[in-house]
Design a protein around this ligand. Structure first.
Ligand code: ADP
Length: 541
């Protein structure tokens, strides 16, 4: 017997419809590229998203056509999220921090028909334009600018474009919840980037899960700033999940430095934010030098790479901000785990609680994790046995977009490429990327643990640990450090900081000082670059 309930497809347009209907006057604040703040609300976002959808269809876009965005977090980008997906097209968010050759590859592979971009990226787009002959329109997300129009005959403007849409347009009714809604490419540290094609249904499941208390915990009382860019796995889904909950949304535009963010958080009374550790390191540095506080911010989600424990402590102890350490991947929409205590932990003393809060957290309903050995045998969830981390769930990809056959996922689990431990409550701790782990004399050493400790040293501004080749042990850890400004601390001082904190044989063999740690377009350390540079230094001595 089938249940007798209505059939309501899980569609992205349904999120903005709900927000406009019941949170219509809830504000959306948006910082422009010149720093001024635009203010609209969910009724306004829906109205213009619809008009945009109408304009796109009138221009000849057909179901599932890809529409690219190269843009900051701002209100027009939010309209594109809803207007493009809502009208049955695929919103392809492109990361402008990638190299131009990668952008040409990605946009060619996706066969984007229209590209919307922020004025900041005009010269980038000019460089791409003649290499992407199949793009039919390049639309700058601005008002009409006669001077620019004269200089660039190919250029169109968002406000002109949206004006061509009909006011009485409604979302097309032939959209299925399994239809493709948006597309992101992985950053591709090795090989070409790969496309992850999200569906309306997976996006809605991820958004509903994200809004629950033990994940991001969004409510209609929150004011949310996604610091994580909307071109980085859809700002971790927050432009869907926060809107679904009716949270007030504050979009920071291009201003992601410590001072700009603290000013925005305090002036707009922001309660929750989300971003990668490097952004928060800059913000804490600004707070420490300026003496400013964060009176309104209650919590922030930190993920994308391991959040150093010293950062969790500083936020909690000095600024009364709760850090929610999270882990995920583009292939997982992206959320896999978030760290929240359970009821049984509430009576533990502060130190024990702190220890639990350091891991990447546990999966919410809808996500399953497992650790496996190299032969594919599942390993115990005992908090100690580390193995290859695999996952499955309703917002995990089943295959890459137009993939080579060798990338197909065929045993029902997605192999994340991370090495981790899992305990019986599902608390997961990342030990390393499988390709970054250090194998010394046959034993594994976690570069993440060593990096976290180095980051707690008062003179260290940034740190990475790599596997350096070693005659006797095959590999030994090597610490690469950026010292704080004007600091002359020596290698011996930094290495002695490890004493008593890790097993003796884990302590790195040497320290290399650099001005900057190389990072990729999503803020992850490019360990292959460091390995190329320093991988042999222990062989020479
Ligand atoms: P995202 O764009 O969400 O960062 P990517 O697909 O670019 O996702 O990268 C995912 C990888 O980033 C993970 O497989 C993992 O290695 C790393 N990562 C993400 N979050 C964390 C975290 N909290 N701790 C350690 N590594 C993390």
């Amino acid at each position: 017997m089938r249940g007798l309930m209505m059939d309501q497809p899980l569609l992205i347009s349904g999120i903005i419809d709900h927000a406009a209907r019941y949170h219509g006057d809830t504000e959306v604040v948006s910082v422009g590229i010149d720093g001024h703040r635009d203010r609209t609300d969910y009724a306004g976002v829906r109205k213009r998203s619809l008009k945009l959808g109408s304009a796109l269809l009138k221009r000849g876009m057909k179901k599932s056509d890809r529409i690219a965005t190269v843009a900051w977090n701002n209100f027009r980008h939010l309209e594109l999220y809803y207007g493009v997906s809502g009208s049955g097209l695929v919103c392809h968010t492109v990361n402008p921090r990638l190299f131009p050759e990668q952008l040409v590859y990605i946009m060619g592979h996706a066969e984007d028909r229209i590209v919307f971009f922020d004025k900041t990226f005009l010269s980038l787009v000019e460089a791409l334009q003649n290499q992407l002959p199949n793009v039919e329109a390049w639309i700058m997300m601005e008002d009409h600018d006669e001077e620019l129009a004269k200089e660039h005959s190919w250029l169109e403007f968002y406000e002109d474009f949206i004006a061509t849409g009909d006011d009485d347009f409604n979302w097309p009714d032939d959209i299925d919840e399994w239809d493709a809604s948006s597309l992101c490419y992985t950053s591709g540290t090795t090989g070409n980037p790969k496309g992850v094609l999200y569906a309306h249904r997976s996006t809605l499941l991820h958004a509903m899960m994200s809004a629950t208390p033990d994940v991001m915990g969004f409510s209609a009382r929150d004011s949310m700033v996604p610091v994580v860019p909307m071109f980085h796995v859809n700002a971790w889904g927050s432009p869907y999940s926060a809107v679904l909950a009716g949270s007030r949304l504050v979009l920071p535009g291009p201003f992601l430095d410590g001072e700009s963010l603290v000013t925005l958080f305090n002036e707009e009374k922001v309660t929750i934010s989300a971003g990668v550790p490097t952004i928060w390191a800059g913000l804490i540095q600004y707070l420490e030098t300026s003496g400013n506080k964060l009176p309104h911010l209650e919590r922030t989600v930190i993920g994308g790479s391991a959040c150093p424990p010293s950062m969790i402590d500083k936020f909690r102890d000095n600024y009364d901000v709760d850090v929610l350490h999270a882990w995920g991947m583009t292939e997982m929409s992206p959320l896999g785990t978030v760290n929240h205590l359970k009821n049984k932990h509430l009576d533990l003393d502060a130190d024990k609680q702190k220890e639990i809060r350091l891991s990447q957290g546990r999966p919410p309903y809808g996500m399953e994790l497992g650790v496996f050995d190299d032969e594919g045998n599942q390993l115990p969830n005992d908090g100690e046995t580390q193995g290859n981390l695999h996952c499955r769930g309703g917002w995990v990809l089943s295959d890459y977009y137009l993939a080579d056959p060798d990338t197909t996922i065929d045993d029902g689990w997605f192999p994340t490429g991370d090495v981790a431990t899992l305990d019986e409550d599902g608390f997961m701790q990342i030990r390393d990327r499988s390709k970054d782990i250090i194998k010394s004399g046959g034993e594994w050493i976690s570069s993440v643990d060593l990096e976290n400790l180095a980051m707690a040293h008062p003179c260290v501004a940034d740190a990475a640990v790599i596997a350096a080749r070693h005659e006797k042990w095959d590999e030994r850890p090597l610490l690469v450090v950026v010292r704080k400004e004007n600091d002359e601390t020596g290698a011996g001082d930094i290495l002695s900081f490890y004493s008593g904190k890790v097993a003796k044989w884990w302590i790195p063999d040497a320290v290399e000082f650099v001005d900057e740690i190389p990072r990729n377009a999503t803020g992850k350390v490019r360990k292959n670059v460091l390995r190329e540079q320093f991988g042999d230094v222990l062989m020479e001595t």
